[in-house]
Design a binder for this molecule. Structure first.
Ligand SMILES: NC(=O)c1ccc[n+]([C@@H]2O[C@H](COP(=O)([O-])OP(=O)(O)OC[C@H]3O[C@@H](n4cnc5c(N)ncnc54)[C@H](OP(=O)(O)O)[C@@H]3O)[C@@H](O)[C@H]2O)c1
Length: 280
């Protein structure tokens, strides 16, 4: 039987998920398909009502539907209840369930990109408190991080994270960003600064210990200005593309019944789609 999955969003033409799942379907010889489906916000309830009837095993959910999907389908696990968003929907016994795989994708990407890395006891500095930050905060706390210092342009959003995730989260003003770097074992950029078409992230890195690991969840360009500056001063870096690939693993397993591997070949395939000149 051909199994079907898809990614929905509005717009959706930019999504690289079909490349990732298409690669795995071929690699594991699975008879299945994964397509992009544009769904307008007002069409979302009808889309979910018809999903199982159309033979889909589930779907990925991207902007702007992550919160509406959370409210529409069942919540598959406690970690997802705390996030209020889902990025992966799957059918079980005739019902739709939703989960979030961004947090585990982020942690798996760090472990793969910097073998031996472990969150336990770490002080993490996070620049940004937008939609993607919640999943990272939840995953880092669950993995044993000691402190999460979060500087965001809109401080209220960092304070909201403290309310939802507890005292390990310490909100900071955006103007303190450069200063608090001195505490970091791990520095994460979750702002959209540095993304192609956006202004650069200009925070001064002078206070950052050379031993700190630096990562950026922005993956266009593959190596952001932050990662280039960190690398030039001797910090280890992990680019954001790994998170995109690793967050896709559990969805593929839920829909197609095989836990897939994030291979170097897959990384290179998607990296070349982002930057045709990319070479390992
Ligand atoms: N690697 C992956 O798998 C993955 C997954 C999800 C997202 N991402 C990427 O992560 C980035 C953020 O996504 P998101 O969904 O969290 O976006 P979002 O909800 O729009 O949040 C944007 C963040 O950037 C900050 N920001 C924007 N412009 C700024 C400026 N001029 N100065 C200072 N801060 C600024 C915002 O601060 P305010 O709160 O003050 O507005 C907020 O913290 C995007 O580039 C997205 O592509 C990657």
């Amino acid at each position: 039987m051909t199994r079907k999955a898809c990614v929905i969003g509005w717009p959706i033409s930019h999504s690289r998920s079909p490349i990732i799942h298409g690669y795995w379907l071929k690699r594991y010889g699975i008879e299945g398909s994964y397509e992009r489906i544009p769904v307008k916000p007002e069409e979302l309830p009808a889309f979910f009502s018809g999903l199982i009837g159309q033979g889909f095993a589930g779907c990925n959910v991207t902007l702007p539907h992550k919160e509406a999907a959370f409210r529409t389908v069942g919540t598959a696990d406690a970690a997802t209840s705390r996030l209020g968003v889902v990025n992966t929907v799957f059918a079980r016994d005739g019902e739709l369930w939703g989960t979030s795989t961004d947090g585990e994708g982020f942690l798996a990407s760090l472990t793969a990109g910097h073998p031996g890395w472990c969150a336990k006891g770490q002080t993490v500095v996070i620049l940004g408190a937008g939609g993607a930050t919640r999943a990272l905060v939840g995953a880092l706390i669950d993995a044993g991080a000691a402190r999460l210092l979060i500087a965001n342009r809109t401080r209220a959003k960092a304070e909201e994270l403290q309310r939802d995730f507890g005292a390990k989260v310490e909100p900071r003003d955006w103007t303190e960003a450069a200063e608090i770097l001195r505490h970091a074992n791990l520095l994460i950029n979750t702002t959209s600064l540095g993304m192609t078409g956006q202004p650069p992230l200009t925070v001064d890195l002078d206070n950052l210990p050379k031993t700190a690991l630096v990562t950026d969840i922005v993956y266009t360009p593959l190596e952001t200005d932050l990662l280039q500056r960190a690398k030039a001063r001797g910090n280890a870096i992990v680019p954001g593309l790994g998170m995109l690939l690793h967050q896709a693993v559990r969805g593929f397993d839920l829909w197609f019944g095989t836990r897939p591997e994030v291979t170097e070949e897959l990384y290179d395939l998607v990296a070349r789609d982002i930057d045709p000149g990319y070479r390992r």
